[in-house]
Design a protein around this ligand. Structure first.
Ligand SMILES: Cc1cc2nc3c(=O)[nH]c(=O)nc-3n(C[C@H](O)[C@H](O)[C@H](O)COP(=O)(O)OP(=O)(O)OC[C@H]3O[C@@H](n4cnc5c(N)ncnc54)[C@H](O)[C@@H]3O)c2cc1C
Length: 294
């Protein structure tokens, strides 16, 4: 199926893109990798009159280490993150997540910013943006706005991005010392989207006590969210299998899990609890082996 007719724009800078957004408003859509937008246009779910392709804006691409921060441009492809020596050296969890997204074709086109702006409830990046407390950098005519991950995901395909704004990049702060992390997902066998995806970053002290736990979950509710009760139960306790099991039993609380053609609500909740437990056991194994994020 073909999309409805549209006019194609290819700005060379963020300012030019903002000017086009200002001019065309609701009639325009930003285009990144096109892996969600173009299928929606082909199905005529979306019929923008103007497409503003961000692909020519070099400043939106790449991974940089700036002091204690890893900055990822919104237009960086999943493969660009997966293969980045900077990401591998400073925050290898990012490479671990990127490498689990879809297949090589999708990873070479789809972008981190496109995925996070789209906020598909089954996308992988949202869980990790939450677990790492990422900062979302948005720009508009009014200037720059920083949004914490905890405020970004607001509902089904709904984010805190405001009209006239472009998501320009993400900033990930340095994790506390002795933080072990992992991303674990049950992937849909066809698309590889997450049926359930769990990103966990846990800091322990030298006695093995959990100092801080950050657990982001995707695939379970209408949007990704933190497993707040699990985090609270773990903090202050020794990270061991018994405490992990008790904390994971609360992982689905607060999620508006629904049912679909693949899983009933109760199956989805059970998967959520099981994958949180497995992810935390994986974190424990890494912590015991001294495999901490740098
Ligand atoms: C077959 C297939 C399998 C997939 N499997 C997975 C998977 O396993 N896991 C997973 O997480 N994802 C998966 N995806 C999604 C894919 O990884 C892309 O991340 C996703 O499609 C969005 O990124 P994009 O760059 O293609 O964005 P686009 O499709 O270009 O844009 C998506 C939306 O975001 C908006 N947007 C894009 N960039 C910006 C920006 N910088 N600022 C503001 N708004 C912006 C667009 O206007 C549009 O509304 C899959 C996709 C396909 C086609």
């Amino acid at each position: 199926m073909f999309p409805a007719q549209f006019e194609y724009h290819r700005p060379g800078s963020i300012d030019e893109a903002l000017a086009l957004l200002g001019e065309y408003g609701d009639d325009a859509k930003l285009l990144a990798g096109g892996h969600s937008l173009i299928p929606s246009m082909k199905l005529r779910l979306l019929e923008p009159k103007h497409l503003i392709d961000l692909g020519n804006i070099a400043s939106l691409k790449g991974v940089r280490v700036e002091g204690d921060t890893v900055a990822v441009g919104a237009l960086t492809t999943h493969y660009g993150v997966e293969s980045s020596p900077e990401a591998k050296g400073a925050l290898p969890l990012l490479c671990e997540v990127a490498g689990q997204i879809a297949d090589p074709q999708v990873r070479n086109r789809g972008t981190m910013g496109g995925s996070l702006a789209n906020a598909d409830p089954a996308a992988d990046w949202p869980a990790t943006a939450l677990a790492l407390d990422a900062e979302f950098i948005c720009k508009s005519d009014a200037g720059e706005r920083k949004v914490p991950a905890s405020e970004w995901f607001q509902g089904l395909f709904t984010t805190a991005l405001e009209e006239g704004e472009i998501l320009c990049g993400l900033r990930f702060g340095k994790l506390p010392e002795r933080t072990a992390a992992t991303y674990l997902k049950l992937q849909h066998p066809a698309s590889r989207f997450a049926v359930v995806g769990v990103s966990a970053a846990v800091t322990t002290d030298s006695a093995g006590k959990c100092v801080q736990a950050r657990i982001g979950i995707t695939g379970v509710g209408t949007h990704a969210a933190r497993a707040a009760k699990t985090e609270r139960l773990l903090e202050g306790r020794v990270l061991d299998p018994a405490n992990i099991a008790a904390a994971a039993a609360l992982a689905d609380e607060g999620f508006d899990a629904g049912s679909d053609m693949h899983f009933s609500e109760s199956d989805r909740r059970e998967l959520c609890r099981a994958y949180v437990e497995r992810a935390l056991l994986g974190v424990l194994e890494r912590a015991n082996a001294g495999q901490f994020q740098p």
